[in-house]
Design a protein around this ligand. Structure first.
Ligand code: DX5
Ligand code: ZN
Length: 216
């Protein structure tokens, strides 16, 4: 069964505490927190003070997805805000290995996120050093977009490499995950389903999470 990571980007920010309570009662294991800077992506979301408050509401894993340039400037601050897993974008990191080492040296799990058009082979030399790959299945920057079909083949490719090398790296799929396509995504080899709209725009978010969780 996949790990479920609802993306709070689609939450009701006026009632964020209620949304966190709902997630805590649900079968979701992770909180997915999307940080956007208006530079790496053409949108601005939320940042450190919001994550600090969310952290206080939950003991679940806080999976922070940095869609920002120069993430090295903020890695320690996100640790202090409560991130358990910190992912940086390969496209934003000319010194990726250094950034990953910094994340791990602070005691967090390290993730690398890749845009839909970034080839899987670019991950080859960093795979042994990381815990999670965030495979973007939409162009990052916005919730509620449509799943890009060609990313399914990238899941399969990455699954094959991870298994061949006997690694424990988790594959998370981010963007356009629905109740309809979840099974295909898991079958392709995903370990973690990130879902914003599918969870928070549902009339029954806890039920939607349960349905995603039951994906086989
Ligand atoms: C997009 C974010 C995603 C997004 C997913 O840049 O990284 O996590 O919130 O939202 P949905 O599930 O609505 O596509
Ligand atoms: Zn994300």
């Amino acid at each position: 069964m996949p790990i479920i990571a609802p993306s709070l980007l689609a939450a009701d920010f006026l009632h964020l505490a209620d949304e966190c309570t709902m997630l805590n009662k649900s079968e979701a294991e992770w909180f997915h927190l999307d940080v956007m800077d208006g530079r790496f992506v053409p949108n601005i979301s939320f940042g450190l003070p919001v994550i600090e408050q969310i952290r206080k509401t939950t003991t679940k894993v806080c999976d922070v997805h940095l869609m920002i340039v120069e993430p090295e400037k903020y890695i320690e601050a996100f640790k202090n805000a409560g991130a358990d897993i910190l992912s940086v974008h390969i496209e934003a990191c000319p010194h990726l290995h250094r950034n990953i080492e910094q994340i791990k040296s602070l005691g967090m799990k390290a993730g690398v996120a890749v845009n839909p058009h970034t080839p899987i082979c670019f991950l080859s030399d960093i795979l042994h050093d990381i815990d999670v790959v965030n495979l973007m299945s939409v162009d990052p920057g916005f919730g509620g977009q449509k799943f890009i079909e060609f990313t399914l083949e990238k899941i399969r490719q990455l699954r094959r490499i991870i298994d061949e090398r006997g690694l424990k790296v988790l594959i998370e799929i981010d963007g356009g995950v629905t109740l309809e396509n979840a099974a295909t995504i898991v079958e392709a080899g995903a370990d973690v389903l990130i879902a914003g709209s599918t969870v928070f725009k549902s009339a029954d978010p806890i039920g939607a999470i349960a349905q995603l969780k039951a994906t086989t």
